[in-house]
Design a protein around this ligand. Structure first.
Ligand SMILES: Nc1ncnc2c1ncn2[C@@H]1O[C@H](COP(=O)(O)OP(=O)(O)OP(=O)(O)O)[C@@H](O)[C@H]1O
Length: 341
């Protein structure tokens, strides 16, 4: 497999549900997934991420348009062929508690084993390699029921790895995990894509980590459908704000790469500090206390505004009404400010 080789391509794809409760979730989706790339699919609740992943995995048919895997319609592959090409990791807690970690991952070899599913030496090596790749080899003999959520998720990823598929799809694999496990899993997926030349696509609500680790983003919204691009191209073209289009009070913070409530401070204060970290956290605290921060020089149209000079976290000078008060902490500062208002 060569870096950049197209594995999956969708053209004018419509996804959704046919039958009694028929519903088109999206139409006109155009995308490609290539070897060696880790892609994160972001979108608000109900925007259609799982529907798209299920369609890509052929767990539900497209409503119209074209969806190809290595240039051939996904529907033209039989289920066994597909399971050699697509590894799917779902979040729902499957009933696997009675299986050992080793046995569960071994099930991922089924597309390669014969009728009786006996593991060859090569299969056993592949199981051990996959468990090692996700850092779970030491738990090979544990039962699934004995694992934490994060560990279980790593084992499910090992099961997808052992299938040796060029395409791995994961639906919110980091849901319910602590920040360390989330970072571990996303770093692992990024490494797998890069070193094993796989295309890895995961849906997630973990925007912060996605912006750090994803080579590409797929942004899914009702208004714009699916916007695909290199992570930094989308961020710097201000496309992140489109994710929550009906929430004008929530803004993407370009500087720090996360979403936060828009600042609507009613009180004004001039903030002076030479340190970027101090500026960020002082502004954070002031915004929460209903202050809108102006930079020095910005206050020409306002007169007599308080000025805050932050030299260090324990040296905060507040100049107001011709007096200067030195505060030794933010707690102290907000006590002084609350007494003034
Ligand atoms: N079986 C179904 N039949 C009809 N509509 C469905 C079905 N499953 C989901 N939907 C609808 O399709 C839309 C997209 O749902 P989907 O689960 O794909 O969103 P999502 O982006 O994965 O959401 P979340 O972030 O909450 O997991 C929703 O409006 C949902 O109500």
């Amino acid at each position: 497999m060569e870096a950049g080789q197209v594995i999956v391509e969708g053209n004018k794809l419509a996804i959704g549900y046919a039958g009694k409760q028929s519903r088109t979730v999206h139409r006109d989706l155009n995308f490609r997934l290539c070897c060696g790339e880790f892609t994160c699919l972001l979108g608000a609740n109900g925007s259609g991420k799982s529907t798209l992943l299920r369609t890509l995995a052929a767990a539900q048919p497209p409503l119209s348009g074209s969806l190809t895997l290595f240039g051939k319609p996904v529907s033209a592959y039989d289920p066994k062929e597909r399971s050699r090409l697509i590894g799917l990791v779902l979040t729902d807690k499957t009933q696997t508690g009675g299986l050992s970690v080793y046995d569960l991952v071994s099930l991922g070899r089924q597309p390669h084993t014969g009728f009786f599913g006996r593991l060859s030496t090569h299969d056993k090596e592949a199981v051990s390699r996959s468990l090692e790749a996700v850092g779970m080899l030491h738990k090979a003999d544990s039962y699934m029921a004995q694992l934490s959520d994060g560990e279980r998720q790593k084992v499910m990823i090992a099961k997808a790895l052992v299938q040796e598929c060029p395409l791995i799809l994961l639906d919110e694999p980091t849901a319910f995990l602590d920040v360390v496990s989330r970072i571990e899993i996303m770093t692992l997926l990024h490494r797998i894509a890069a070193t094993e030349q796989k295309a890895v696509l995961m849906s997630t609500h973990d925007v912060e980590q996605a912006l750090v680790l994803a080579d590409r983003l797929w942004l899914m919204t009702g208004r714009y459908g699916l916007e695909c691009g290199c992570t930094e191209d989308l961020i710097l073209a201000n496309r992140m704000d489109s994710l929550f289009e009906f929430q004008p009070d929530i803004r993407f913070d370009l500087m720090h790469g996360g979403f936060s409530p828009e600042v609507k401070g009613k009180k004004f204060i001039v903030l002076e500090t030479a340190d970027e970290v101090l500026r960020h956290w002082t502004q954070n605290a002031l915004n929460r206390h209903d202050y809108f921060c102006l930079m020095p020089g910005q206050q020409t149209e306002f007169h007599g505004l308080p000025v805050l000079k932050v030299i260090s976290p324990d040296q905060i000078l507040l100049e107001a009404n011709g007096t200067e008060i030195c505060c030794s902490s933010f707690e102290n500062l907000f006590h002084v400010l609350s007494c003034r208002s």
